[in-house]
Design a protein around this ligand. Sequence first.
Ligand code: GLY
Length: 388
Amino acid sequence: MPAAAETKPQPDAPTMLEVGLGARSYPIAIGRGLLSSLGARIKALRPNARVAVVTDRTVARHWLQPAMAALDAGGVAAAEPIIVEDGEGSKSYGVLEEVSEALIAAKIERNDLVVALGGGVVGDLAGFASAIVRRGVDFVQVPTSLLAQVDSSVGGKTGINSPKGKNLIGAFHQPILVLADTAVLDTLSPRQFRAGYAEVAKYGLLGDLSFFEWLEKNHQGIFAGNAAREHAVATSCQAKAGIVARDEYETGERALLNLGHTFGHALEAATGFSDRLFHGEGVAIGMTLAAEFSARRGMISQDDVARVQAHLVSAGLPTRLQDIAGFTQEGVGDADSLLALMFQDKKVKRGRLTFILLEKLGRAVIVNDVDPATVRDFLSEKLSQKPN
Ligand code: GLY
């Protein structure tokens, strides 16, 4: 009779990708049930490292114990976990100080490791703390949201928000491993899952029409958690890994990953980085606005715009300013205030706006020097539309 441990289902062989950055290259492991291999993978990469896990309250409730057990099973020594509050509010100077001080108090040294166990907020915050504590310690991304698995955990962007804008304080600091267990997405709220899906659709729209077409047919499988989910995460990570390898510090092509983000970040700031609008929801509205704005410039057709919008709507995402929670009561500011927020975008150069627009579905381009008056008029028109 086999021992109980031998009969436990084992995770399927993971999909392994690589972010090719020379000596700083790192693997991305994607698959169902992979969290149990966290300790063994860390041990193989850094046999003598101690780790400190940084996570948030909700993720801790679901996944901290399995993560700690996996570290223990792999023979990895771990400090007391550092748990922050859920939500974008934790990407602040105050929480960065708390996490940094906790890492120092836990005696995490230069050869040790930080593990960011969570969504985009935890990854950005813990990654940034890793970049600055003792002038830099290595870290591992264990993304637990769809958004983090397909976007924010890959590529080394880390940081916090300034009261003046999103992600304005930060550093490029690449992880040494990204471990994306697609089963952990089962505990996400439907709203969070949908918000993350906006970033998946983004990869199709910006650079891969055939992936967008595949998503139009298969997105329900991604939500249901069948093999389509691994395919979508792997395809997104592959696309991102390629772009990051070619343009790590966003001097060109990497800016394409910001499709929908210039509008989206302004909307997030206008709604106070609150639960009124999740990041991915802002991106969904932003991508629809970017598609519409591209059509106004004669770059794509109105049919293309309708197709982008229809797909995002079919995935349950907001696509209009009027879809933002509390729009009727609280609004999102006027066109001038939204435009002012857009001028805090990191792509602004010498006071000129840069937008990522669509030359066709599946091909985004960087458009510099966009006339602010055109954007203001466009926003005014969009703001004045009637809620459904
Ligand atoms: N999320 C956009 C980037 O990593 O460049």
